[in-house]
Design a protein around this ligand. Sequence first.
Ligand code: ADP
Length: 175
Amino acid sequence: MYLIKTIKGDITKVTDVQAIVNAANNSLLGGGGVDGAIHRAAGPELLAECMTLHGCETGEAKITKGYNLPCDYVIHTVGPIWNGGRNKEEELLANCYFNSMKLAMDNGIRSIAFPSISTGVYSFPVELAAKIAVHTVNRFLQDNPDCFDLVEWVLFDTHTESVYEAEVDQLYKMI
Ligand code: ADP
Protein backbone atom coordinates (compact mmCIF):
# COMPACT_ATOMS: atom_id res chain seq x y z
CA MET A 1 0.00 0.00 0.00
CA TYR A 2 1.02 3.59 -0.54
CA LEU A 3 0.30 6.88 1.18
CA ILE A 4 -0.64 10.14 -0.55
CA LYS A 5 -0.35 13.29 1.59
CA THR A 6 0.17 17.05 1.56
CA ILE A 7 2.32 19.18 3.83
CA LYS A 8 3.10 22.87 4.05
CA GLY A 9 6.80 23.62 3.82
CA ASP A 10 9.99 23.97 1.82
CA ILE A 11 10.59 21.04 -0.55
CA THR A 12 14.39 21.41 -0.25
CA LYS A 13 14.12 20.45 3.45
CA VAL A 14 12.05 17.29 3.06
CA THR A 15 13.77 14.21 4.51
CA ASP A 16 11.24 11.38 4.03
CA VAL A 17 11.54 10.88 0.24
CA GLN A 18 14.15 9.52 -2.18
CA ALA A 19 13.33 12.09 -4.87
CA ILE A 20 11.95 15.60 -5.09
CA VAL A 21 10.47 17.06 -8.26
CA ASN A 22 11.64 20.41 -9.59
CA ALA A 23 9.27 22.73 -11.46
CA ALA A 24 12.00 23.67 -13.92
CA ASN A 25 12.04 25.60 -17.19
CA ASN A 26 12.95 24.33 -20.68
CA SER A 27 16.64 25.19 -20.28
CA LEU A 28 17.03 23.17 -17.04
CA LEU A 29 19.65 25.75 -16.10
CA GLY A 30 17.89 27.13 -13.03
CA GLY A 31 15.51 30.00 -12.45
CA GLY A 32 13.40 31.57 -9.72
CA GLY A 33 10.85 30.08 -7.33
CA VAL A 34 11.21 26.45 -6.35
CA ASP A 35 13.78 25.89 -9.12
CA GLY A 36 16.13 28.52 -7.64
CA ALA A 37 15.63 27.13 -4.13
CA ILE A 38 16.49 23.58 -5.29
CA HIS A 39 19.63 24.71 -7.13
CA ARG A 40 20.79 26.77 -4.12
CA ALA A 41 20.27 23.88 -1.72
CA ALA A 42 21.79 21.22 -4.01
CA GLY A 43 24.90 23.25 -4.85
CA PRO A 44 26.74 23.93 -8.12
CA GLU A 45 27.18 20.25 -9.04
CA LEU A 46 23.45 20.10 -9.82
CA LEU A 47 23.80 22.84 -12.44
CA ALA A 48 26.85 21.05 -13.88
CA GLU A 49 24.83 17.84 -14.34
CA CYS A 50 21.85 19.76 -15.74
CA MET A 51 24.12 21.30 -18.39
CA THR A 52 24.76 17.81 -19.78
CA LEU A 53 21.00 17.17 -20.29
CA HIS A 54 20.41 19.70 -23.09
CA GLY A 55 17.11 21.01 -21.77
CA CYS A 56 13.68 19.43 -21.45
CA GLU A 57 10.43 19.75 -23.40
CA THR A 58 7.30 20.97 -21.63
CA GLY A 59 5.53 18.00 -20.02
CA GLU A 60 8.65 15.80 -20.12
CA ALA A 61 10.95 14.88 -17.18
CA LYS A 62 14.67 14.23 -16.62
CA ILE A 63 16.52 12.89 -13.58
CA THR A 64 19.70 13.99 -11.78
CA LYS A 65 21.36 13.23 -8.47
CA GLY A 66 20.41 15.31 -5.41
CA TYR A 67 23.95 16.41 -4.38
CA ASN A 68 23.69 18.48 -1.15
CA LEU A 69 19.93 17.95 -0.83
CA PRO A 70 18.64 15.42 1.73
CA CYS A 71 17.13 13.34 -1.12
CA ASP A 72 19.05 11.07 -3.54
CA TYR A 73 17.49 12.36 -6.77
CA VAL A 74 15.87 15.39 -8.37
CA ILE A 75 13.35 14.84 -11.15
CA HIS A 76 13.15 17.95 -13.30
CA THR A 77 9.90 18.52 -15.15
CA VAL A 78 8.74 21.54 -17.12
CA GLY A 79 5.17 22.67 -16.50
CA PRO A 80 3.12 24.60 -19.07
CA ILE A 81 2.76 28.37 -18.93
CA TRP A 82 -0.96 29.12 -18.43
CA ASN A 83 -2.36 30.95 -21.43
CA GLY A 84 -6.10 30.77 -20.72
CA GLY A 85 -6.29 27.00 -21.30
CA ARG A 86 -6.09 27.18 -25.08
CA ASN A 87 -2.64 25.63 -25.54
CA LYS A 88 -3.15 22.12 -24.13
CA GLU A 89 -2.07 23.33 -20.68
CA GLU A 90 -4.16 20.70 -18.84
CA GLU A 91 -2.77 17.82 -20.89
CA LEU A 92 0.79 19.10 -20.53
CA LEU A 93 0.47 19.43 -16.74
CA ALA A 94 -0.88 15.86 -16.54
CA ASN A 95 2.12 14.76 -18.65
CA CYS A 96 4.47 16.35 -16.07
CA TYR A 97 3.01 14.22 -13.28
CA PHE A 98 2.77 11.03 -15.38
CA ASN A 99 6.32 11.32 -16.76
CA SER A 100 7.78 12.19 -13.33
CA MET A 101 6.11 9.14 -11.77
CA LYS A 102 7.23 6.91 -14.65
CA LEU A 103 10.83 8.12 -14.40
CA ALA A 104 10.80 7.57 -10.64
CA MET A 105 9.40 4.05 -11.05
CA ASP A 106 11.94 3.19 -13.74
CA ASN A 107 14.73 4.22 -11.34
CA GLY A 108 13.40 2.19 -8.42
CA ILE A 109 12.34 5.30 -6.48
CA ARG A 110 9.52 4.47 -4.04
CA SER A 111 8.95 7.86 -2.38
CA ILE A 112 8.61 11.23 -4.10
CA ALA A 113 7.67 14.83 -3.25
CA PHE A 114 6.12 17.29 -5.72
CA PRO A 115 5.77 21.05 -5.52
CA SER A 116 2.72 22.75 -7.06
CA ILE A 117 3.98 22.65 -10.65
CA SER A 118 3.07 25.66 -12.86
CA THR A 119 1.05 27.61 -10.26
CA GLY A 120 3.74 30.18 -9.46
CA VAL A 121 5.30 32.30 -12.19
CA TYR A 122 3.59 30.08 -14.82
CA SER A 123 0.13 31.19 -13.49
CA PHE A 124 -1.79 27.90 -13.82
CA PRO A 125 -5.00 28.19 -11.67
CA VAL A 126 -4.32 26.37 -8.38
CA GLU A 127 -7.70 24.57 -8.09
CA LEU A 128 -7.44 23.10 -11.58
CA ALA A 129 -3.75 22.25 -11.15
CA ALA A 130 -4.47 20.39 -7.89
CA LYS A 131 -7.25 18.33 -9.51
CA ILE A 132 -5.01 17.33 -12.42
CA ALA A 133 -2.06 16.62 -10.10
CA VAL A 134 -3.92 14.40 -7.64
CA HIS A 135 -5.94 12.54 -10.26
CA THR A 136 -2.95 11.84 -12.52
CA VAL A 137 -0.85 10.55 -9.63
CA ASN A 138 -3.73 8.49 -8.22
CA ARG A 139 -4.36 6.83 -11.56
CA PHE A 140 -0.64 6.06 -11.93
CA LEU A 141 -0.57 4.50 -8.44
CA GLN A 142 -3.66 2.43 -9.17
CA ASP A 143 -2.04 1.14 -12.36
CA ASN A 144 1.27 0.41 -10.55
CA PRO A 145 0.15 -0.43 -7.02
CA ASP A 146 3.35 -2.08 -5.76
CA CYS A 147 5.86 0.49 -6.97
CA PHE A 148 5.52 3.35 -4.43
CA ASP A 149 5.32 3.80 -0.66
CA LEU A 150 4.78 7.57 -0.45
CA VAL A 151 3.77 10.44 -2.73
CA GLU A 152 3.52 13.88 -1.15
CA TRP A 153 2.96 17.47 -2.19
CA VAL A 154 5.07 20.02 -0.36
CA LEU A 155 3.28 23.35 -0.64
CA PHE A 156 4.84 26.67 0.17
CA ASP A 157 1.79 28.71 1.17
CA THR A 158 -1.34 28.06 3.23
CA HIS A 159 -3.84 28.62 0.41
CA THR A 160 -2.11 26.23 -2.01
CA GLU A 161 -1.75 23.66 0.76
CA SER A 162 -5.48 23.84 1.61
CA VAL A 163 -6.44 23.34 -2.06
CA TYR A 164 -4.25 20.24 -2.52
CA GLU A 165 -5.28 18.89 0.88
CA ALA A 166 -8.97 19.15 -0.07
CA GLU A 167 -8.26 17.29 -3.31
CA VAL A 168 -6.42 14.47 -1.50
CA ASP A 169 -9.20 14.25 1.15
CA GLN A 170 -11.74 13.92 -1.67
CA LEU A 171 -9.73 11.04 -3.07
CA TYR A 172 -9.69 9.17 0.24
CA LYS A 173 -13.47 9.61 0.50
CA MET A 174 -13.83 7.91 -2.88
CA ILE A 175 -11.55 4.92 -2.20
P1 ADP B 1 6.29 27.54 -12.01
O1 ADP B 1 7.24 28.33 -12.88
O2 ADP B 1 6.16 26.09 -12.46
O3 ADP B 1 4.98 28.22 -11.81
P2 ADP B 1 7.29 28.43 -9.38
O4 ADP B 1 8.55 28.02 -8.72
O5 ADP B 1 7.15 29.85 -9.80
O6 ADP B 1 7.08 27.41 -10.62
O7 ADP B 1 6.07 28.10 -8.42
C1 ADP B 1 5.55 26.80 -8.20
C2 ADP B 1 5.10 26.66 -6.75
O8 ADP B 1 6.25 26.40 -5.94
C3 ADP B 1 4.46 27.92 -6.15
O9 ADP B 1 3.32 27.51 -5.38
C4 ADP B 1 5.56 28.47 -5.23
O10 ADP B 1 5.02 29.19 -4.14
C5 ADP B 1 6.18 27.19 -4.76
N1 ADP B 1 7.53 27.25 -4.16
C6 ADP B 1 8.48 28.21 -4.24
N2 ADP B 1 9.58 27.85 -3.52
C7 ADP B 1 9.30 26.63 -2.96
C8 ADP B 1 9.99 25.74 -2.08
N3 ADP B 1 11.22 26.01 -1.63
N4 ADP B 1 9.38 24.58 -1.72
C9 ADP B 1 8.14 24.27 -2.16
N5 ADP B 1 7.42 25.07 -2.98
C10 ADP B 1 7.99 26.23 -3.37
